[in-house]
Design a protein around this ligand. Sequence first.
Ligand code: PLP
Length: 287
Amino acid sequence: MSRIAYVNGRFVPKADAMVHIEDRGYQLADAVYEVWALFDGKLADPEGHFARLERSLAELSIDMPMSRAALTVVLKEAVRRNRIREGLVYLQISRGVARRDHAFPTEPVAPAVVVTVSRVDRAATEARAAKGVAVVTTPENRWGRCDIKTVGLLPNALAKQKAREAGAVEAWFVDELGLVTEGASSNAWIVDGDGVLRTRDTQANILRGVTRLTLLDVAREAGLKVEERPFTLEEALAAKEAFITGAGSLVLPVVAVDGKTIGGGSPGPVAMELRRLYIERAKATAV
Ligand code: PLP
């Protein structure tokens, strides 16, 4: 559990960390967020997450509340104060506080900034990866701008709950063409019948996962055949391997979809090797 949170310029005990009831993030999901994996107290994939944060904010015409350098100092100070080495850093930036009205405030307001840090038990997540996880599928029902990392996550939350009730850890959204879009909080991958590593392209309505982007590079460097091409649920069920990626899951083998086993029901060698290589890269480039 995070004990210290950063809220609008102050580090406060988490129990006392509050935002205003008219924060537009709270009322209208008018806010974006980022999540960094933390390895040995350092932020993984810093460039990718900052670049996506700036893009998400720009798409919503919210100003960066401070420079990248200043934000890095805040994030790292939050990590230090919480004395967490392995974990996740959460940053949320809303448009700010204003009298409730759907349209933007007419007078400029300062964006509201919140940072929390949580611990991850790496031994437990390694054990989970070694076993593999189950996913369920659910119809794609999100808005058309899933490329913006907003806190408007109700469909994702409902999908995740569906997964949990089915004893799975993730839900894959499937669109009207039968193509897997992505997970509720991860990107989806397969190693198809021809041994090709596939994940959906970012022209589609998905989040441009930072872990996904780094892993594409890692996989190509490892000499794998990689295609940014969507796959159907049927292709996933017939795949040699499947896995998900994200700052939380890193690279996590999927061994069952909707109760049907994939690749014999145990994590595949490609997924496990990519997990190792991703973690190696993330540690080497963390700041
Ligand atoms: N897709 C969705 C919907 C997500 O919420 C996330 C992460 O939270 C991802 C993909 C993976 O993104 P990243 O690798 O940047 O964590």
